[in-house]
Design a binder for this molecule. Structure first.
Ligand code: SF4
Length: 181
């Protein structure tokens, strides 16, 4: 084999590798983005797995799974939940609303009250985005004030009516309001 043929083979193999690699990357990208709802098509990923604090004695601490910036500049929060029921719970809404408030406290503007809980089916990994409407900042600050008052013993917490929450609660062994089903 001449040197020219050898170089031709190397060049051919390199081109094939680049084409294969490009196709793989595009496949992964398409797979990753196939669940994106219409509102997030073309949006830019702004934050991923990022923790935010709002300062203060009892700070709000929130871990943002993902935040996308849409073409019109709005920031939309996305939170992934691995569960077999395709639904968003009130606790999801409160959690993501708190993320929104910490983002606002960190100077991130235009954070939408529309957000998505993306339910990942544990057996198929299929992702289903569920749109939710977040609580406003005042409501979250009310919840924060209530939490501080409970922590300081100034008010007595009310019990939940959901036995499922008690089942997973770390206080259930000592709690006199535990709900058992
Ligand atoms: S065990 Fe008590 S503290 Fe825990 S969730 Fe149930 S009622 Fe609330």
């Amino acid at each position: 084999m001449t040197f020219f043929n050898f170089m031709f083979l190397v060049l051919g193999a390199t081109v094939i590798w680049f084409v294969w690699r490009y196709k793989k990357v595009m496949e992964i990208r398409l797979q990753e983005e196939s669940w994106l709802p219409a509102r997030l098509q073309g949006a830019m990923l702004k934050f991923s797995e990022k923790k935010f604090f709002d300062g203060g004695l009892y700070p709000l601490v929130a871990q943002v799974d993902r935040a996308y910036q849409t073409l019109d500049g709005e920031i939309i929060l996305v939170d992934f939940k691995r569960r077999s029921v395709k639904r968003a719970f009130e606790s999801d809404m409160v959690e993501i609303s708190a993320q929104r408030v910490t983002l606002l406290a960190n100077g991130v503007t235009q954070v939408s009250r529309l957000a998505y809980v993306v339910v990942i089916d544990p057996s198929t990994d299929v992702k289903t985005p569920i749109p939710i409407q977040l609580e406003d900042e005042e409501k979250i600050r009310d919840r924060q004030r209530r939490f501080i008052a409970i922590s300081n013993g100034k008010i007595v917490p009310s019990s939940t009516s959901a036995a499922g929450i008690c089942r997973r609660c770390g206080h259930k062994r000592y709690c006199d309001k535990v709900v058992i089903d």
